[in-house]
Ligand binder design. Structure first.
Ligand SMILES: *Cc1c(COP(=O)(O)O)cnc(C)c1O
Length: 225
């Protein structure tokens, strides 16, 4: 069934688009089933859950683990970096300069550059995480001071609503800002990913130049919290 879900979604996506299968709260078996169907990018949102899944795969399926690209998409506290940064190919959810500074310091001590997306706050909900436009601008003007960060683009979540016009407005705002930043900072060569769209709105996100969509429920079913 996971295989059918994946294939149905892939049929709707342009080939160059990156589909991150959001496996948070789902067991390893679900990841293995998706892997068998060809899926290689997986998204996790809780630090310990990610590191536990990596450890379990290392034990049971090291050859599979090698081929998986993990994306971290949840809120990350600076005391949890060790559960995430050794494994994540891309941290999509950087939402504060405090976190950015800590990731840069971690990268320095580990001798590696960390790929990140800056999370932009576009939703109507105050509770959602993310930077305001001018904060992102300020960070990118100082991009050169982050020796161990690769700025790879923006991530955003639309307002949780059935109102499609509202979702479109949120996606338009982040998409326009992303285009503006790419123009303004051509020297940031890796700044080319726009991660917008989840199960309920990824088809809309395609119309706003998403390069990454993050889909959980439509692949794996409802999560058991
Ligand atoms: C959980 C989550 C998703 C996936 O949501 P679905 O509605 O299950 O597709 C995508 N992005 C982020 C940031 C998430 O936390």
């Amino acid at each position: 069934m996971i295989k059918d879900n994946l294939n149905n979604i892939l049929e709707t996506l342009p080939p160059e688009l990156k589909l991150v299968a959001v496996s948070k709260f789902h067991p390893l078996e679900a990841i293995l089933e998706a892997y068998d169907a060809g899926q290689r990018l997986f998204g996790e949102s809780r630090p310990q859950e990610l590191s536990k899944k990596v450890a379990a795969l290392q034990e049971s399926h090291p050859e599979i683990l090698e081929n998986i690209e993990w994306h971290f998409i949840g809120h990350l506290q600076t005391n949890k970096l060790k559960f995430v940064l050794p494994y994540a190919h891309l941290v999509q959810s950087v939402d504060s300069t405090h976190l950015l500074d800590a990731i840069n310091a971690w990268g320095k001590s580990a001798g590696k550059k960390i790929n990140v997306l800056l999370e932009m706050h576009v939703a109507a909900e105050e509770s959602k995480q993310g930077f305001a436009e001018e904060e992102i601008l300020d960070i990118l003007f100082r991009a050169g001071s982050y020796s161990h960060i690769n700025f790879c683009g923006l991530m955003g979540m639309a307002t949780f609503t059935d109102d499609e016009e509202c979702i479109r407005a949120d996606f338009a705002r982040i998409s326009d800002y992303f285009a503006y930043l790419k123009d303004l900072f051509p020297e940031l060569e890796s700044f080319k990913e726009l991660s917008i769209g989840m199960s309920s709105d990824y088809l809309i996100a395609l119309e706003y130049d998403a390069t990454i969509v993050r889909v959980g429920t439509s692949i794996f079913g409802e999560r058991q919290y």
